[in-house]
Design a protein around this ligand. Structure first.
Ligand SMILES: Nc1ncnc2c1ncn2[C@@H]1O[C@H](COP(=O)(O)OP(=O)(O)OP(=O)(O)O)[C@@H](O)[C@H]1O
Ligand SMILES: [Mg+2]
Length: 505
């Protein structure tokens, strides 16, 4: 255990939590100090979010010590935790969309002026001051509705500062952010650290953990493993503590035997989103779609699958055109689409895992009569096993699964449809390092069996490691089509930042 220099703000020792028969947290332990950013890492389902929720007052611990500022506490609600100076920033903040940015920050404690009227001017001024301090530009009077996730998180942080939180916990805050937004969030985190607050940061991305944090606590299977100084350890060291076994090659790409073109996209355009996009994906091929966030990658994928409309162009699968704006027909033709935002678009969170996996194939199974629970289990099981979703968990409702396991369920559900073309957006977002290699192996294997795969990813190593060919989008236009042996970080980045004028020059 490394001794940091600051004062201990939060101390958890041997904290446990079970939900019925499920032990979510066996013996959680962490010490967060002032002036420190402390990483909490571990595989999917290791118990990180459960530990955070105990500190946040969402759950009550079953046993163990929980000290805040040296005093034993036991929060029965999130309000109690907030009052004690704890702020938690989740991946998807929950704001009131109809209220203004300022009203969200001052929710429940509006400053009152003369005659006990809410002093709006004072509120706006205070919000401006908070935003200036955080170095962000958000109109204090605008509604929260329509703010980017990055701005919503900043809003939560502004709120935490205005409440003078001494402990700020961020549970996978960067999963939905672009590179620039991550940089801004980190700058804010560092300045809060320098003010002497304590921060806890959860992420599956080691570049972030090592770039931001000074101390790292590792968890495995609900238990504390060790706490180390970031400067004294390496990614490999952390990974072996996390998984307790060897992790295979992260990019187990096997040479592809390319067949006929499966997907042909010609002249696809959608006003304001993308323009004149043409490409092919052949049987057995993994095509990576790279580009900066906002370049139009997900938009192109959504149009091909038919969830969004497009203005011009054609999409053909195996030589026959795919009807426009008709995802049902696309599924029927053998296209699977695993969206980026899997929680919102991919999962029925109050249904069981088995039902979620079997959901898409239901059409097929139910043709032979009524679909029973055991049919669902049968269809789901092989895919769940491949992705290491614990099968005992198949009857669980998806909402109680860990974030990473939810991701796996959505992937399993689509693979069970045995598609011709798989479109997968950010395949390993939120997935731990062990399973990441597993997902990559699976993609490589499926391509080896002749599936055509279009993979969108913001992680350059993933694109370069897995794709046979890299397409690069910039501001809605294709700027490069690079074969695997020529794809380097430099030429992908160059094409990703090239403007339209340069491209056509
Ligand atoms: N309300 C609940 N009911 C039942 N089981 C739960 C509940 N909340 C969490 N669990 C289980 O507890 C275990 C730990 O989950 P937790 O969300 O803490 O993991 P995590 O470390 O945050 O993982 P990830 O990296 O995937 O987010 C998981 O097996 C999960 O399914
Ligand atoms: Mg989690």
């Amino acid at each position: 255990m490394t001794a940091g220099s600051g004062e201990v703000v939060l101390a958890l020792r041997d904290v446990s939590k079970s939900f019925g028969p499920v032990v979510a947290l066996r013996s959680g332990r962490i010490e967060a100090r002032t002036g420190s950013i402390h990483a909490l890492v571990g595989e999917n389902g290791a118990g990180k979010s459960t530990l955070v929720k105990i500190v946040a007052g969402v759950h009550r611990r079953d046993a163990g010590e929980f000290l805040l500022g040296g005093e034993e506490v036991d929060f029965g609600s999130t309000a109690e935790s907030k009052d004690a100076g704890v702020a938690v920033i989740y991946q998807e903040p929950t704001l009131f969309p109809d209220l203004s940015v300022t009203e969200n920050i001052f929710m429940g404690r509006q400053p009152t002026g003369r005659g006990r009227r809410i002093d709006r001017a004072a509120m706006y001024a205070e919000t401006e001051r908070l935003f200036a301090r955080l170095g962000v530009h958000i109109d204090p009077r605008r509604p929260a509705l329509g703010l980017s996730i990055a701005d919503q998180q900043i809003l939560e942080i502004a709120k935490a500062i205005s409440l003078d939180a001494r402990l700020l916990i961020m549970d996978e805050p960067t999963a939905a952010l672009s590179g620039v937004e991550v940089d801004r969030l980190f700058a804010v985190a560092r300045s809060l650290r320098d003010e002497g607050r304590a921060l806890i940061f959860i992420s599956h991305r080691f570049d972030e953990v090592f770039g931001l944090c000074d101390t790292i606590t590792v968890m495995r299977d609900g238990s504390y493993v060790d706490t180390v100084a970031a400067a004294g350890t390496s990614v490999d060291g952390i990974v072996s503590m996390m998984v307790g076994r060897e992790v295979g090659d992260l990019f187990p790409k096997t040479p592809a035997e390319l067949g006929e073109p499966v997907l042909k996209v010609e002249g696809l355009s959608s006003a304001g989103l993308f323009h004149d996009v043409s490409f092919e994906v052949r049987a057995g091929e993994i095509v990576g779609l790279a580009g900066l966030v906002g370049a139009g990658r997900s938009e192109v994928a959504r149009a091909v699958f038919g969830v969004d409309r497009y203005d011009a162009g054609t999409v053909t699968l195996d030589g026959t055109s795919v009807p426009k704006h008709n995802p049902r027909a696309a599924i029927h033709r053998g296209i699977a689409f695993i969206p980026e935002d899997r929680r919102k678009q991919g999962l029925v969170t109050d249904a069981s895992v088995a039902r979620n996996i079997a959901g898409v194939i239901r059409g097929g199974l139910s043709r032979f009569g009524l679909l029973t629970g055991s049919d669902e289990g049968r269809a789901a099981r092989p895919w769940a096993e491949k992705l290491e979703v614990k099968t005992s968990a198949l009857d669980m409702t998806a909402a109680t699964m860990s974030g990473g396991n939810q991701q796996k369920v959505v992937i399993a559900k689509w693979l069970a449809t045995d598609p011709r073309l798989l479109i997968i957006d950010e395949p390993t977002r939120g997935i731990d390092v062990g399973t990441k290699a597993e997902v990559h192996r699976l993609l490589s294997e499926l391509a080896g069996q002749g599936m055509a795969i279009l993979m969108i990813s913001s992680e350059l190593p993933e694109v370069l490691g897995m794709a046979d060919r890299v397409l690069v989008l910039c501001e809605g236009r294709l700027t490069a089509d690079i074969p695997r042996d020529q794809a380097t970080p430099e030429n992908v980045m160059r094409a990703a930042t090239q403007t339209h004028q340069e491209a056509s020059a």
